[in-house]
Design a protein around this ligand. Structure first.
Ligand code: ZN
Length: 400
């Protein structure tokens, strides 16, 4: 057989595999006959491929279902413990990791300190973290299907390259290859906010949203764009740098080297700097700003409402551009609470085009440290369920 024909047959087989795997995941429990009906694949194909999935431990058989007198039908279900993944959020000074099953249930969590900003130190410490997580969860290393890393900055997901990271000062670092070679497991890296968006898409209960924008507020201002169920990354991973849209060219200096970016006016550090000037030197961190505002300090209140209005205006601009169904706001900064968010909403409604705001929901998402690590884990989970065509598309787009 010619290699091309052979290649096509393998491709079709792996597409069918992904269709069936997703079918079983969506249905929860499903018989082979129902799966054939649902996917349009022949019963023989369904039997062949699900047999292989059972062998691999990703799917298992359950004897149950609504029996009509004959043998109870055999149902197929996803085995969440058929494999495990690790998600890590890499931050300035430390990394947080979680080992989860395929339902993203956390089995082990750990944090490791990074002594410096060198690539070699990070690779070394990340591999120590991965091995510690494998050990403390009690799984075998070969059950680990992959490691996902989320970090700030511009990341070329398809090639595993950190194009630019503001905290470490990295440029064009092949982190995916370096860590993958070291660990001997597949490593996927992406912008941290993209990983959060993926986890919203993959790990949420109920009907997943196919079109939404996720904004994070905190140390920086991040953005993830999900269009038709896929994260939009731009030509090489640079899409969604919402924090660095310039809103005032004469504004304060930003981490990126320009002046007046949204981030330089609305991030944690910006608010602390503004409040220190307006309230006094007793302001040390964002919690001080929030506490002063909640205690009725007019200057602290005005810092929060001014920042909220700035963010709300830019959210209106986003909705005018993308018309998403949902905007999720997450991140450490959500603890700024109602004072901040009522200013966000007022400015948003003042600035958005008439007709666009009515069915756009702004949802504030509660926050915890685990969310970043879970986001990075979902990077691997999404890969497991992705069809080879989608994988191909990601690689092709990044070459454009
Ligand atoms: Zn900037």
């Amino acid at each position: 057989m010619s290699p091309i024909l052979r290649g096509n047959r393998d491709l079709i087989r792996s597409i069918n595999r992904s269709i069936l795997l997703n079918g079983i995941k969506t249905q929860g429990e499903v018989s082979r006959a129902a799966l054939a009906h649902l996917t349009g694949l022949s019963p023989a194909t369904v039997t062949g491929i699900t047999g292989k999935l059972i062998q691999e431990g990703l799917v298992f058989e359950k004897a149950m279902g609504d029996s009509t007198g004959g043998r109870p039908p055999i149902m197929l279900a996803l085995n969440p413990r058929g494999g495990f993944v690790i998600g890590i959020k890499l931050m300035e000074g430390h990394a947080i990791g979680a080992l989860t099953d395929l339902n993203a249930t956390i089995l082990a969590k750990d944090t490791i300190a990074l002594a410096d900003k060198k690539v070699e130190t990070s690779v070394e410490m990340l591999s120590v973290l991965v091995n510690r997580l494998v050990q403390s969860s009690g799984i075998r290393k070969k059950q680990l299907l992959g490691v996902g890393i989320g970090l700030a900055g511009v990341v070329d997901f398809a090639h595993g390259i950190v194009r630019q990271n503001p905290f470490f000062g990295w440029r064009n670092i092949v982190l995916g290859d370096l860590l993958g070679t070291r660990l001997q497991v597949p490593v996927f890296i992406d912008n941290d906010v993209n990983t959060l968006s993926l986890s919203e898409r993959w790990l949420n209960q109920g009907q997943p949203e196919d079109n939404f924008i996720l904004i994070t507020v905190g140390r920086g201002i991040g953005m993830g764009i999900v269009i038709n169920g896929q994260v939009y990354r731009g030509k090489a991973g640079g899409a969604g740098e919402f924090g660095h849209i310039v809103v005032d060219r004469n504004g304060p200096l930003c981490d990126c080297g320009r002046h007046g970016c949204l981030e330089s006016l609305v991030s944690d550090r910006a608010l602390v700097a503004q409040a220190r000037q307006a309230v006094g030197p007793e302001i040390a961190d964002l919690d001080d700003v929030i506490n002063h505002a909640n205690d009725g300090n007019a200057e602290a209140k005005s810092v929060l409402t001014h920042a909220g209005a700035l963010l709300g205006t830019q959210l209106a601009n986003l909705v005018n551009l993308f018309d998403p169904k949902l905007i999720i706001i997450s991140g450490e900064g959500t603890r700024m609470g109602e004072l901040f968010f009522s200013a966000v909403r007022t400015a948003f409604h003042d600035c958005v085009m008439t007709g666009l705001a009515e069915d756009t929901e702004i949802r504030i998402k509660s926050w915890g440290d685990d969310i970043w690590a879970l986001g990075a884990a979902s990077l691997v989970i999404a890969e497991i369920f992705k069809s080879p065509i989608q994988k191909e598309e990601t690689t092709e787009k990044s070459k454009m």
